[in-house]
Ligand binder design. Structure first.
Ligand code: AMP
Length: 397
């Protein structure tokens, strides 16, 4: 069991609590276009304020080189206030006099957002003097930003060693879901991996083979495996130079008794565009000038059967070029099936990664999965079996 400190163990009343949130949300014309990340941290912020903490929000925003007004957190702090229906004050720096004065003026239950931590280059360097300047502002540190936990930055890692550190509610949810999915899953556990290329997901595939009972491969990367097995994939997206690697992975899976579930048929088109005419082909008959843009209906039935036999599924990557209908069919069908099994209480389903979240939203089933991680890079690094410094710092020793 992973063991980390949560808000249940923290005595926060009257304390200055520095809360690392992820306010790096998409903004267009000064307006937040997707508030998912703010919504996820709302529970932690309101719980702390309700318990009488002085809640001090810390976050980065964008990739500024120094102090750039276009990367100010001020409009986002206002968006946080609107979302949680409470006033959120703002300090024009995250360290030094502006921050110290703003913190000194706080009363229990107040919420203050500090300016973008990345206005200081020391943030990403995890610079000890900068860590100390941040730590000076609080009595307690709460990390609620799993999405940046793969970075050892001052506000995500360094500070956790200077102050008593706890996981916020969103971080806790994420860690508990991930543990249920891969660290201590109900078996059989399977993973579904799709997406464009195997070269970007090698570590992930290798780590999963060691942990899961079955690995479903779809998307462009399936073509690389098929090609490595001598199947003609025509003009499909395919990493021909990865054939040896693909064969080595298949061998490793066999050695580890991890079933590899590759497509058995394919949807082929001659154009990479929406609504292009397409047909289902058996693998021995892929036309030389055709492109595989989705896994075929027989493959979908097989994947559904594999899901029926599984107690846990972890998913990253679409099974086809899902942005271009009808090549979203397999992804949507499999997503709906996994959602149905989850609703029926038969499956623990955890999914993550930018395209995967988009695909599940497209299939209108994101809400039916046990957990959907919006963490992107951090989710992938966790799937790769890497140590996430921001999470390690919260672990009970
Ligand atoms: P990734 O970022 O590696 O998860 O890849 C996601 C991208 O892979 C999406 O934009 C899909 O459109 C693309 N993709 C999935 N299957 C295929 C395929 N058979 N051919 C071309 N692109 C694909």
């Amino acid at each position: 069991m992973m063991s980390f400190r949560t808000l249940d163990q923290a005595d926060v009343a009257g304390k200055r609590v520095l809360v690392r949130v992820d306010l790096n949300v998409p903004v267009e014309g000064g307006k937040v276009t997707d508030a998912t990340r703010i919504e996820r941290s709302a529970a932690t912020i309101t719980e702390l304020a309700h318990k009488g903490a002085k809640v001090i929000l810390l976050s980065h925003f964008g990739r500024p080189k120094g102090r750039d007004p276009k990367d100010s957190l001020e409009p986002i702090a206002q968006a946080v206030g609107r979302l949680i229906h409470k006033p959120v004050a703002f300090a024009h720096d995250c360290v030094g006099k502006a921050a110290e004065d703003a913190v000194a003026a706080m009363k229990p239950g107040d919420i203050l957002c500090l300016e973008n931590t990345r206005y200081h280059k020391e943030e990403e360097k995890n610079d000890p003097a900068f860590v100390a300047a941040l730590a000076k502002l609080g009595d307690i540190y709460v990390n609620d930003a799993f999405s940046v936990a793969h970075r050892a930055h001052a506000s995500t890692e360094g500070i956790a060693h200077k102050l008593p550190a706890y996981a916020g509610r969103a971080m806790q949810d994420e860690l508990e879901a991930l543990e249920k999915a891969l660290e201590a899953p109900q078996k059989p556990v399977i993973a579904i991996i799709g997406g464009a290329k195997i070269s970007t997901k090698l570590e992930l595939i290798e780590n999963l083979i060691a942990k899961v009972d079955g690995l479903v491969i779809g998307g462009g990367m399936a073509n690389t495996f098929l090609n490595a097995q001598g199947i003609n994939v025509g003009k499909s997206l395919c990493e021909r130079d990865m054939a040896d690697t693909a064969r080595r992975i298949l061998q490793k899976a066999q050695d580890r008794k991890c079933a590899m579930i590759l497509p058995i048929d394919a949807i082929v088109s001659y154009y990479f565009e929406a609504n292009a005419p397409s047909h289902d082909y058996g693998l021995s008959a892929i036309p030389a000038d055709g492109m595989i843009l989705d896994v075929g209906p027989n493959s979908v039935e097989r994947i559904k059967a594999v899901i029926d036999d599984a107690a846990t599924v972890v998913w990253n990557g679409p099974l086809g070029a899902f942005e271009l209908p009808p090549f979203d069919r397999a992804t949507v069908a499999v997503a709906r099936h996994a959602a149905e099994r989850t609703r029926a209480g038969k499956l623990v389903s955890v999914a993550g990664g930018g395209d995967t979240v988009a695909a599940l939203n497209h299939a209108h089933v994101a809400g039916d999965f046990t957990y959907v991680s919006t963490a992107g890079g951090a989710f992938l690094e966790w799937m790769e079996g890497k140590v996430l410094p921001g999470v390690e710092a919260l672990r009970v020793q």
